[in-house]
Design a protein. Structure first.
Lengths: 483, 483
């Protein structure tokens, strides 16, 4: 392998970009006008159809698994779960099996010393508003090996050839462990230092601009959010070179609001200011992995108990959980002009939330170790609350730890709140309210064994190595800095 | 969970212990006399027996898998592997399935400011010399839930109850991916700060003493080596507080030989002195995980192609690979007085080796990404060479990258060389020569895509998160510092 060229740490540059809403090409308002025009230009129609109208997709005779004729893309299969974690210890459910590793990637380029991100206005059939802001590239292996018969996704070569860009971030990150079986994507951020052609549906934005757009409901898609969560930020490593105060001064952070300043301190602070050391967090995680086990057995979809299939959907017999539906799509901006496909429909809104709280003056986030059936190694780290179908679960009397803090949050506690969409290529109208609330330092909280306080710097350190699940990452992407 | 008490970083103390061969209880010679007496006191007999003489173990009728009557301990089953990595892309083999997570743990306690390790003289039936130096505790879940019907392993409570000790290291680490299916143990180092009873077969040793004993063949067992590999050493984090020169001065490292000093610099050095950044190493690993896949299917032992069973062994029809045998054991120091069990016999010696080389003045180790069927996530990081049955593979003309560097190493290149035993509770006379050789900075080496240079500090950082396989860890444990 030709070794990649060594880079100066890009973390500080990215923080600079996160703090900047100024754009030398177009300000955020101009961008929004451009985006609105894209919406008008692109006429899509997405309709739910009976399964029998699906083209190329079929229920395999022996298993009744839902498959594509090419054998590629994904299949909807069944799984049977046994675990000693949580109130339900044995169940069966449908799941998406897509064993390929896709690429979610953003090209960055510095203008006037500030990195800009090449973002795309992209339609996905499951989005409530169809068009959302997306990464430069979101490609399944089927995409770039052209199973569609369509054209190769633009800019893909920058993520497949180290000679064409500088790979800054290149991490395997998991998808929803409740919906996908062992699914991961390669999350990449690459840098170019020369001019590249900007295609029609693409534009350069600073990270600060994207963070601003993340305050709006359903604007920035999930694929963008998971990549943005991986953006390296200066941690205790970078702060070795200068004092935290000097860095805060250089970045002109005094004009930031209190919470933003707390976030930066939580990012920069050294191990000894954290509630727990890295070794102690690893120990907590080790103990839980030792204590809790889960076996996941793949079973034919036809054998999944308590689920029924009509010609319109595969759904749970009693509960308003997710269902499998089919849609037809007609569009001008995707790889092929029209197609049909299955999607997972989520009937109710979920909630993803971080509780933030200062401990000994340093802001910490409350993290949860969570067992989900699609996880590659049983447990991943999730946000404080990660709960689908909130209303249903409340009505059923499920105990969701810390959920009430969010449902009853006073306005002055809320640091972030917006509705975000899960991946519109697999999910139909799957919406989660994303929230960050801050409690008083004096508020006392008892932690169940699978909850832990981490600084933002520690969260970012563990994220690099794949500990953070998609719900934690999507919330991390939403966290911005306010002047 | 009651949060563990925060510790001052123990890394520097451990380095102090690694540099110290002085022991306030007994010097190394007195220890060796004690150990020799233990050998004489303990009379063991281990004999190979026909499978039909096994008690409690049986071949299950339907699968011919080898199982224990309790359903616990481990089973010998078959697997079928498909992969696009390496020259052999499809094969079948027997494997040990032991899904439980055991505990390998060492108690430490400071005397005169230097941490000592509580080590045990312990017999295992597969050891060539039966008695080896072992960690304080090596317990399978079957051990501590007392499936044996024997007594509970001594000192186990210090690893099960956070109130009884301070957990310094507590990591899940994998075992041999070529022999075990997804097997992991909890590797733990705990500290006590009060007197504890020292039982008959136990003694306190400094890390420096243990490192000295690691220069001898087959003295320190594998369970000890994997735990010792996890001993935290000061990295770039700790060196934030003082300059590297100051730390070297404080630790009085000027009397160390050149290679030891290079090792320390490789441990302390900052990211920018390394050949690749952490992000670049993660990218290298991500690309390989994306490119190479492996599916492992569990199959009945009776269906494993090319393997045959007699009443004495299960072995490959043509090649001198490992075989499954049965032994009877009589001993006075194990949990029960006598027993029979299966073991995996390794007919030929293997070789584990690090190539070390300075790059821009900083020592780097050459690491290999290796796909093995028992790995939890397909690829782990192995040493430069990790090769079983060396002579057979040479005769067959296998291409093992970098093997010749070790076989032809000049004496002045050899920094470490000793034969070490794999775990004697599962393996019968499974020996590997462990070597570290150092090349000249000017020596040019072309790297295949799955090889990479890492500093010792980087290796330790990735080890914490479970990237390093058992072969890499056992070699790391062997690396010591010489005056």
């Amino acid at each position: 392998m030709s070794q990649p060229v060594k880079s100066v740490s890009p973390a500080k540059d990215f923080l600079l970009s996160a703090l900047s809403e100024e754009n030398c090409f177009q300000n955020t308002e101009a961008f929004k006008n451009w985006f609105s025009r894209k919406k008008q230009d692109n006429r899509f129609s997405v309709k739910q159809i009976p399964f029998s109208f699906l083209q190329q997709w079929y229920f395999e005779e022996e298993t009744q698994n839902l498959k594509h004729a090419s054998g590629r893309f994904f299949t909807i299969e069944g799984i049977r779960i046994h675990t000693n974690f949580g109130p339900t210890q044995c169940w069966e459910q449908p799941i998406i099996n897509q064993p390929e590793i896709g690429i979610l990637g953003i090209i960055t380029r510095k203008f006037d010393g500030v990195p800009y991100f090449l973002m795309q206005a992209k339609m996905e059939p499951g989005n409530v508003n169809l068009l959302q802001l997306s990464p430069t590239v979101q490609a399944t292996k089927s995409n770039f090996t052209q199973v569609h018969g369509g054209r190769l996704p633009p800019y893909l070569e920058y993520f497949l050839d180290r000679k064409k860009s500088h790979y800054l971030i290149d991490q395997l990150q998991t998808e929803q462990g409740g919906r996908f079986l062992r699914k991961r994507n390669r999350n990449m951020i690459v840098a170019v230092d020369h001019e590249i052609e900007i295609l029609d549906d693409f534009c350069w934005l600073t990270l600060g601009q994207i963070k601003k757009l993340l305050k709006e409901d359903n604007f920035v898609n999930m694929d963008a959010r998971t990549v943005l969560a991986c953006v390296p930020m200066p941690g205790r490593d970078v702060s070795r070179e200068q004092s935290i105060d000097d860095m805060m001064h250089e970045l002109n952070t005094s004009s930031l609001d209190d919470f933003s300043q707390s976030l930066l301190e939580s990012l920069f602070c050294h191990e000894e200011s954290a509630c727990l050391t890295t070794a102690e967090i690893i120990s907590w995680f080790t103990e839980l992995k030792t204590k809790y086990h889960m076996t996941v057995e793949r079973i034919p979809l036809k054998n999944v108990k308590q689920w029924k299939r009509t010609n319109m959907e595969i759904s749970h017999e009693e509960h308003p959980l997710f269902s499998v539906i089919a849609v037809s799509v007609e569009a001008g901006t995707r790889e092929v002009f029209s197609w049909t496909q299955p999607l997972l429909k989520e009937p109710q809104q979920g909630l993803l939330g971080f509780i933030a709280k200062k401990i000994d003056g340093i802001l910490h986030l409350l993290m949860q170790a969570k067992v989900e059936p699609g996880n590659i190694d049983s447990i991943e780290i999730a946000p404080t609350v990660s709960c689908s179908a909130v209303n249903f679960k409340r009505q059923q009397g499920y105990h969701i730890p810390f959920l009430d803090y969010f449902l009853n949050a006073a306005p002055q506690q809320i640091r972030y709140s917006a509705i975000q969409s899960e991946e519109g290529g697999r999910f139909y109208h799957f919406l989660n309210r994303n929230m960050v609330i801050e409690l008083e330092e004096s508020d006392k909280i008892d932690l169940p064994e699978n909850y832990i306080w981490m600084t933002l710097g520690q969260v970012m350190e563990f994220l690099k190595h794949g500990y953070m699940n998609i719900d934690a990452r999507t919330l991390l992407a939403c966290i911005g800095f306010k002047h």
